[in-house]
Write a protein that binds this ligand. Structure first.
Ligand code: ATP
Ligand code: MG
Length: 429
């Protein structure tokens, strides 16, 4: 029989690595709570139309990366439906915002999510077909202040805090403004004209983009094209007064808060409902897949999927890439894996039941306990205990009767006798 394996681009996460995932998620939840965000959990699959409209037909995600299937009707009364595993979570959050009429509260909605996303990409380091994102959105009616540049700055400052509290050192915030839809249309034409004499010297993709969607030329990764792209006009010069003022307020607030950033003129998104602030946080340790997270303003998204006017700003961080970054840092400064407080070694199988009772007693007092096995010889118990715990507690007939237990501390090699009542105190040291 052929052995079954995890599907290409998916993987199992095992201890001790899962402890790192949990630590990242706990830190994120803690930071989000301090900024007064609440958690939203949307379904893992949605109607395909949501992503076609909410992410954009012309994006890589929708044009080639989605897991889509025709979900057959199960009864005459049902229709078959095209469904898609979510490739990202912003569209789902905005759909939920519209569906539950959250805009009618008149308040800003500050929502975060943590969970798996699915994209059919070529798997490589930092790029998987099932991966996890930690993201947040601030969205609401304009009367709630959802268009304010202070919201952009606050989200960016929160991200700087989160990365710092996670212990990720050396990140770079790349910041830009793509202006309004009209600014972008103007810039596209400026680019189109500038590219006429240059495109013939560029890669085949750029030659095509120069005609169909000149903005996308800025995404080109071909090394030979980079010096040419560096000479192209920048979008900053195509922004109108309002967009310029908005961006200036975002950067002024970041300066006041002491959050460092670099202006990256190439950070543009090609979709009509992306507006103004766009950003990315990168980390040098990640190699080719160096983006830790991306985000920006999407003032037209709600309307693009049939909702009311609901400007918003959000981001999605790649949790897998946070893990890789922290693992690389920890490899440079290795940490000793944590051990249980004690290993309880029953002396013979007749002591197993009493050992379970003792383990329960100690665990209820908050200690981390590894329960041994009465069928092990004492030597094997000691060897197993030394690998997993800081102390070993021997439990035989005599100990059970007298209530005096023998404890060995592996670090100090001290062996001591202690009453059952004082045991927890000793083991916690
Ligand atoms: P990239 O340029 O790396 O493909 P993207 O523009 O597709 O990124 P977004 O859709 O903005 O990325 O997603 C936000 C973040 O999610 C990325 O910065 C990255 O950290 C993470 N991410 C995206 N795709 C994957 C993937 N296939 N595997 C792991 N993480 C991913
Ligand atoms: Mg991608």
């Amino acid at each position: 029989m052929t052995t079954l394996k995890a599907v290409r681009g998916t993987r199992d996460l095992l201890p001790p690595e899962t402890a790192l995932w949990n630590r990242i998620e706990a830190t994120a939840r803690d930071v989000f709570a301090r900024y007064n965000f609440g958690e939203i959990r949307t379904p893992l699959f949605e109607d395909t139309g949501l992503f076609a409209r909410g992410v954009g037909e012309e994006t890589d995600i929708v044009s080639k990366e989605m897991y889509t299937w025709e979900d057959r009707a199960r009864a005459q009364s049902e229709k078959s439906q095209s469904l898609t595993l979510r490739p990202e979570n912003t569209a789902g959050v905005v759909r939920a915002y519209i569906e539950h009429k959250l805009g009618e509260t008149g308040q800003l909605q500050k929502l975060y999510y943590i969970g798996p996303q699915f994209r059919r990409e070529r798997p490589q380091k930092g790029r998987y077909r099932q991966f996890s994102q930690i993201g947040a959105e601030v969205i609401g009616p304009p009367s709630a202040g959802s268009e304010s540049p202070l919201r952009d700055a606050e989200v960016l400052e929160m991200l700087a805090t989160l990365l710092d509290e996670l212990g990720i050192h050396g990140w770079t915030l790349h910041l830009n403004s793509v202006g309004s839809a009209a600014d972008r249309a103007r810039y596209n034409e400026t680019l189109r004209a500038a590219l006429i004499p240059l495109a013939p010297k560029m890669c085949a993709d750029c030659q095509r983009r120069a005609v169909t969607n000149p903005l996308r030329v800025l995404d080109c990764k071909v090394p030979e094209d980079q010096p040419i792209i560096d000479t192209l006009p920048v979008i900053a010069d195509s922004l109108d007064e309002t967009s310029r003022a908005h961006f200036a307020q975002v950067t002024a607030a970041l300066d006041a808060a002491g959050v460092p950033y670099t202006r990256n003129h190439r950070l543009v998104r090609g979709l009509d409902y992306y507006t103004r602030t766009t950003f990315e946080f990168t980390h040098g340790g990640l190699g080719a897949q160096n983006a830790l997270l991306g985000g920006g303003r999407y003032d037209g998204l709600s309307e693009a999927i049939g909702g009311p006017k609901a400007p918003g700003i959000g981001f999605a961080m790649g949790e897998d890439r946070l893990v890789l970054t922290l693992q690389a840092q920890e490899a440079a400064a290795p940490q000793v894996p944590p051990k249980a407080d004690a290993y309880i070694a029953p002396l013979g199988e007749s002591m197993d039941a009493a050992a379970l009772a003792l383990a329960r007693e100690l665990r209820h007092k908050g200690l981390q306990i590894e329960l041994g096995d009465g069928s092990f010889r004492l030597k094997k118990s000691f060897e197993t205990a030394d690998k997993t715990a800081r102390h070993i507690v021997i439990l035989g007939e005599d100990e059970l009767k007298s209530g005096i237990l023998t404890v060995k501390n592996f670090a100090t090699t001290n062996q001591s006798k202690v009453s059952r009542a004082e045991l927890a105190e000793l083991l916690s040291q």
